[in-house]
Each structure stands twice: as structure tokens, then as C-alpha cells.
Design a protein around this ligand. Sequence first.
Ligand code: SF4
Length: 314
Amino acid sequence: MKKLYTFGKYLKQKFHTSVYKVPISIPGFTCPNIDGTAARGGCVFCENESFSPNLKQKERFTLNLNSTENPLLEKQIESLKWQFENTLPYLKKRFNAKKFIVYFQSWTNTYAPFETLKALYEIALGFDDVVGLSIGTRTDSITDETLNYLANLSKKTEVWIEYGIQTSNDESLKRINRGHNFQNVIDTITKTKKLDLNVCGHLIYGLPGESRKDWEKTFNDTMNLNIDSIKFHPMYVTKNTLLAKEYFEGKFTPINEKDYIDILVWSIKNLPENISIQRMTAGIDTLLAPQWCKYKNKQMSHIIKALKENGVKV
Ligand code: SF4
């Protein structure tokens, strides 16, 4: 019988205690898809506030990417410490968390001068009870220098790189204004895996113009990339996004809950046993549509029920 292999289980087996990710948003960080280096205007669904709990707490800065002297670094370090210390009590109380992985979540967390990245990663690793890092980024925004540095770091500590894959369909990648194609995803993940780094891939089911056939192809293409962990998301619409405009103009119809759960269950049943699952859906504060994406707990109970009915041990 197929068993659900969560990232929590992976961490527990590895560290013999409960380990939780602490989400962090670094002030001054941005994204090549927002500053116009990759594409203009960002991904159609981008509203970092909707998936970054700590982002609302921070001030925004403009980072000079051409400068190796970063006058913001002190402020960035201060913010990193503040966010970490303020999230810890909640994780300890709610989940009895004992150890932590610092999760650089918002924006593109390898898109800054190398010395800035190195300083922030090393400060994070120095916090009490931190056993590793997880770094969210794009496949077109990580240099060989950063990859080699992280590969060395991973010999001493847990290091994860989280890449947004979203879809393997190049037409869809253009349609969502992603700013890179699927070949870029293949090349960067292949390079990352050659360095023995842990890779988590994010997939979105329900992108504009896509159907079940595209979702299955994206899943199968992703399985060829030798990733170690995966996050699944339904495509939802949040306020202040390009997708919200399309939604109001009737140009985008969100995926319904049944179709999402069907493709999710199919994916989990076809997932190789060594790939852990970090996310099966999301609950969103700033949600516009579809309404079934509002409450994560309710969605999770429907997902767990469907998994059990389809022979997956949860
Ligand atoms: S890559 Fe991430 S941060 Fe950048 S525009 Fe897309 S969703 Fe937003």
C-alpha cells in the first residue's frame, strides 16, 4: 500500500526530533521578474504577501544589485534576527518544535550580491537550534558561485534549494509571464543535483489555459529531474495580481476542488517513494477565488479523505 511520505517524516527520521521551517522575508530582496531583468511585471499570480507571513512586518528597501558594498546588510541581518526570534515561540507552542530550518521564502533568495547571500545564510545557521537552510528561488537566478558555496555548506549542514517549476509547458510559462522556459529548469536542476544538493520543486495545477493533460505531463517531466521533495499548489487568485484582472475580465476560470484533488491524488500515487511532500495545498488570507482555497484545514480534510479512499496510507 502506498504511504504518504511527508517532509516532516523525512526530518524526523533524519534529526530524531520535530524540526520546523521558519519562513523569512529579507527586506531589499527582489526578483528578476519584478525588476524587469527576466520579464516585466512578475508572474501573473505574484503577490508575495499572500504566501509570506513575515513580509507584512518588514520595511521595503531598494537593493543595489550592482554593488558589492551593501549598506542594507545591517538592516537585513537585524530583520532576519527579529523575524526568527518572533516566529519561534509560536512554532514551539503550536507544534512542540525543537529544531529549525531557516526558510528564505519571499522573492528570489539567490538574487543578490554573493557576499550578502553568504552573510545572511551564515547568520541564520548560527541561530540556536537551527539545523539547516531552505532557499526559495528561480532556476534562472542562481550563479555557479552560489551553487558551489551551497554545495560545500551542505557537507556540514542541511541545505535545500526550492525551485519554482510550476509547469513544463513553455506556452504556459509565457502565458504566466514567468520569464524563463522549461529547458532552463532542466539545466539548473541537473546542475544542482550534480552538486548533491537537496532540491524541492514547486508545481501549480490549474494555470491559465492548462488542463489535466498538461498537469500530468508537468508531473511526469518533473519526475525526470531527480528532485528530492515536492510542493503542490492549486492556482488561486489573490488581490493585487495580474491574474485578478484576468479573473474579473472573465479570462481566467480557477480550477475546482474536485479536479484539484483528483490530480493531487493521482500525483501522490505516482510519486516515487523517496520524494517527500512538503505541501499539498494552501490557505490564503488575501484570496479572491476560488472560495474553496480559503481554509487550509477544510481542504486538508477533503484531501486526506480522498487519499484514504484511493488506497494511500496517511
Ligand atoms: S518568481 Fe516569485 S517573486 Fe518573482 S514574480 Fe514570480 S512569483 Fe513573484
